[in-house]
Design a protein around this ligand. Sequence first.
Ligand code: AMP
Ligand code: ZN
Length: 470
Amino acid sequence: MSLKLYNTLTRKKEEFKEIKKGYVNIYSCGPTVYNFAHIGNFRANIFADLIRRYIKYKGYKLTHVMNITDVDDKTIRDSKKENLSLKEFTEKYTKYFFDDLKTLNIEKVEVYPRATEHIKEMINLIKKLLEKGYAYKADDAIYYDIKKFKEYGKLSHLKISELKAGARVCQDEYDKEHVNDFALWKFWDKEDGDVFWETELGKGRPGWHIECSAMSMKYLGETFDIHTGGVDLIFPHHENEIAQSEAATGKKFVNYWLHNEHLLVDSKKMSKSLGNFYTLRDLLKKGYSPRSIRYVLMATHYRQKMNFSFEGLNAADNAINRLDEFMAKLDNIKGDRHNPKISELIEKVKSDFEDAMDDDLNVSIALSVMFDFMKKINTFIMNDKMSRKDAEKAIALMYDFDSVFGILKKEEKKEEINKEIKQLIEKRQEARKNNDYELADKIRDQLKEKGIILKDTKDGVRLEKITTSK
Ligand code: AMP
Ligand code: ZN
């Protein structure tokens, strides 16, 4: 089966087709770094990580970009409260954000562009919009004229013809009750203090929405494959990104728009403004493990609202314990009573897992496929119907799944990978000894795919790790 994704633009599950064969470009709206991210934000990050990991699992190469919003209304407001320069303030929270991503085993993406480092690109984009008549200058800002973009509203399904003309909104965040022209470039006022750029469009700072248009197109091109974010970003943020980008280039901006539903607390969105949030650090302090937190945020399908609860977190703890016990049991199997049913089972389970994930990343079903597999293997183990070789096959499958889930214990994984790499290197040495250079080269390529480069020196083989994740 091929990958199907639910596209907010068409409100349909569509078959995924990449623009450039074998290569996928993804943009995910990242954090506004004015505070600790809460676990609702991390639901969005874990969803973006899941799609990234599954795209890789399917064999695509990718470039994934996640912006860091380090200048906007909120960062300016709160840096003043903390008496720090905007840079000191945002760097502090950016670092916390990266630490938290690591704790949650969220893979690093290829590029994390910061808004303050892309002012030139934003100015160029705004200039284009002015030239083409999609933007105009007012006293306090340069605005986007939404009436000029005929398709405005196509993502959030708004009826622009029913709106009053001429109303404007300068602040970055607003709701559907305030569908108005929005600010692209905000002229300096004294509230901004020392936060401004002197540019050919005047002294000021960018609006939030232009940041994402400018940075995504810089790294991924004028049309790219996938854009992700939480449902709260559909309007106005993503609607405005489309309006800005498509008006400037005359091309379709993004093929697949993917939005994760919210993490709720007592049926309300977890958010900083409502104060009903937990940070990752709050939960770690209470003794929960990062793996259980990752599990709980990942295990519900991304398009379903999910209530956060401590019962849910305790259930995730149990699931993680079961996983650990299972992996430990497999590790201890020593026998040689081969069971042909295991290969058959593995093949079936792998295909069920892929069917679930191909169906708009149905992670809940994919997880139940894995737990079902564990149950069946446990029965084989109990009846002593498994050899070491069979166990290794089962372990390899678990790691295949985990390249997507990211919930197994890390040390075990490393050991397993090292073991596999060691075996490949030995096999290659053997092939060279037998003058089978074709096989030796094949193995060298296999290792390269795993991020290991072999250098043959006169003192033997030397290993080099490739550091980029591409
Ligand atoms: P922010 O830092 O508020 O701009 O949000 C960063 C990301 O987190 C965006 O993609 C939001 O849509 C997402 N987000 C914020 N709150 C929640 C929530 N309660 N549940 C899921 N995603 C959220
Ligand atoms: Zn964005």
